[in-house]
Design a protein around this ligand. Sequence first.
Ligand SMILES: NC(=O)c1ccc[n+]([C@@H]2O[C@H](COP(=O)([O-])OP(=O)(O)OC[C@H]3O[C@@H](n4cnc5c(N)ncnc54)[C@H](OP(=O)(O)O)[C@@H]3O)[C@@H](O)[C@H]2O)c1
Length: 338
Amino acid sequence: MSNEKIAKVVLGTDGPLVGVQGFGAMGISEFYGETDEAGARATLDAALDVGVTLFDTADAYGQGANEEFLAPFVKAHRDEITLATKFALVRKADDPSYRGIANDRAYIRAAVERSLRRLDVDVIDLYYMHRRDPAVPFEESVGAMAELIREGKVKHLGLSEVTGAELREAHAVHPISALQSEWSLFSRDVEKSAVGAAADLGVALVPYSPLGRGFLTGAFTDASADLSGGDFRRFQPRFTGENAKRNADLLEPVRAIAEAHGASLGQIALAWVHQRSQEHGLTVVPIPGTRKAERVRENAAATRITLSPAELEQLEPIAGQVAGDRYPDMSSTSAARE
Ligand SMILES: NC(=O)c1ccc[n+]([C@@H]2O[C@H](COP(=O)([O-])OP(=O)(O)OC[C@H]3O[C@@H](n4cnc5c(N)ncnc54)[C@H](OP(=O)(O)O)[C@@H]3O)[C@@H](O)[C@H]2O)c1
C-alpha cells in the first residue's frame, strides 16, 4: 500500500484545512463489537500517517469513554489534527439503549465543559449538534454554540441529521462549517434537500457510515447470524433476515467494479462517496471508522480511485432498492422531518 498522503481540503468556507478523508472513532468504544486497545491506538497512528487529520468522536460514544480514549492521542498531536466532537444525545448509565435529545442552552454549556475535560483540551476544533430537537429554536441552540466560539471553547460549528431548510435556518444564526449525515451507496436521504443547501451555503458534507457500517465491504451479510450479541447492527432493519439477504445481492455491481479496479468493495464504496463532491459541487470529507491499521490504509487509498461515468451509472440505482430503514427508530433523523 502506498505511503502517499491523502489530499487536503477546506472544511466549509471558513473551516480548517483537513485531509479529504477523516476518521470516525465511534466503533472503537461501542456498537460494533470488542476492541483491542493497542490495535485501536495503532489505528489512530496509521490514520495520521496517511494524512487523515479530522478525528471524529462524540460525548455519547461509550458514554464519554470514546472522548477519554482519544485524549492521549490528541495531546500527542494537538497541532496536527482537527478534533471534532458532539453533544445532544443523552444517555443513561443504567439503560444503554436509552437515547434522549437535548438542545437547550444550559445543556450545551454543561456538555462542552464535560467534553473539554474528557478530551483534556482547551478548545474543540469542530463542535456538532448530534441530533436536532425541533422544539428548541436554532436561535437558542446555535446561539449557545456561537457563544462558545466567542468564549474560545470551540472554533467551528457543525450539525448532524438536519434537513436543508434547517441547515439554512441554523446557518443564518451563525455560519456552519460542516454537516455530518449518513451518506453512502445505501443511504442517500441527505440528497433530498441537505446536500443542495450545503452546496449553496458553502457548508462541507461529512458523510458518516460511508461503508454502510461495514455492510458495503461484504464483511458480513446477516447481522443477526454473523455478528455478536451486543452489536448495534443486529438491531438495524436493513442488516437482518430477508432484508439483509436482498441487500447483499445489491453489492454485485460493486463487486464487479472492484474487480475491474483491483480494489476492495469498501474502496469502491468510499470512492463513490468522494465523487459526490464533483456531482454536487461541495466539499465532501467522509469519516469511515475502523479498529484496524491496515484498513485505515486501505480506506485512504480509495481517495485515489476514480469511477467512470458508466460505473457511476451502474451504482446509481442501488440506494433506491435497499430494503429496510437505516435505524430501528427513524424519528430523530432528518428524513423524519421532510
Ligand atoms: N452523526 C451521527 O449520527 C453518526 C452516526 C454514526 C456514525 N457516526 C460517525 O461516523 C463514523 C463512521 O461511521 P461508522 O463507523 O458507523 O460506519 P462505517 O465507517 O461505514 O463502517 C465501519 C465498519 O466498517 C468496518 N470497516 C472499516 N473499514 C473496513 C475495511 N477496509 N474493510 C472491511 N471492513 C471495514 C469496521 O470494522 P473494523 O472496526 O473491524 O475494521 C466497522 O465495523 C463513526 O465512527 C462516527 O464517528 C456519526
